[in-house]
Structure formats: C-alpha cells, structure tokens
Design a protein around this ligand. Structure first.
Ligand SMILES: [Zn+2]
Length: 123
C-alpha cells in the first residue's frame, strides 16, 4: 500500500499554502491545483464556479449532441458567444431542430434547442 505523505500546495490566486495528504507521487503542479481547489479566497472560488459552470455546459452538450465532432463544434461556438466574438448563434439542424446560443444581460449562457415540428406517427 502506498504511504501517505503530507506535502505543501500553493493557491494559484492568493499564494496561501495548504498541507495536502498525498497518496503516491503528485507533481508540484498537481499539489498546487489541489490547494487552489480547497482555497476559500475569491479568486479560487470564482475559478471553481467557472469550472463547475463549464462542466454543466459540457454535460448538457454531450447529452444533446452524440458525435465528438458535433460536441467540439458546439463547444467552439459557445466559446465564441462567451467571449463576445459572436453576439449570438443560431444553428439549424436536421429534423427542424434549431439551436440558439446567447448570453443574457447577467452573463448567463443560454442554449435553447427547439423543435418546430411535433413528433407524429400515423400507422
Ligand atoms: Zn487562494
């Protein structure tokens, strides 16, 4: 069994150091990343929220778009909408589906997938 070793990591934002019980070998960059995740300073908290938000967006995109190419494409479009390169984006998909991506006044990202046709079967 690997021995637990106490090491030091440094928050990337405020420089506070944290002791980390590490199992196995961790690089200093990994220790610093752990220290940053555990820090309560505003920089670290904001980075954590950003990370959680990105994970939430990625989860949604991966659920809605199956192929890795489509997921990558949507992630790029989202990035351009977030950084203001695109004011918004509307993409017409197969089956009368439309994807609209925009940022609202409070800096929330919206992704709306709309179908203009009902699913209907006549048998
Ligand atoms: Zn910090």
């Amino acid at each position: 069994m690997a021995e637990k070793i106490v090491k030091i990591g440094t928050c990337a934002f405020c420089g506070q150091t944290k002791t980390i019980e590490a199992v196995g070998d961790l690089t200093q960059a990994e220790l610093d990343a752990i220290a940053t995740d555990r820090c309560i300073c505003s920089g670290a908290q904001s980075a954590l929220r950003k990370k959680a938000r990105k994970a939430k967006i990625d989860e949604f995109i991966k659920k809605k778009f199956i192929t890795p190419e489509m997921v990558g494409f949507m992630q790029n479009v989202i990035r351009f909408v977030e950084d203001g390169t695109f004011e918004d984006a509307t993409i017409k998909l197969y089956g009368s589906k439309t994807v609209k991506i925009w940022m609202d006044a409070d800096s929330f990202l919206h992704i709306r997938i709309k179908r203009t046709e009902d699913d209907e079967l006549k048998a």
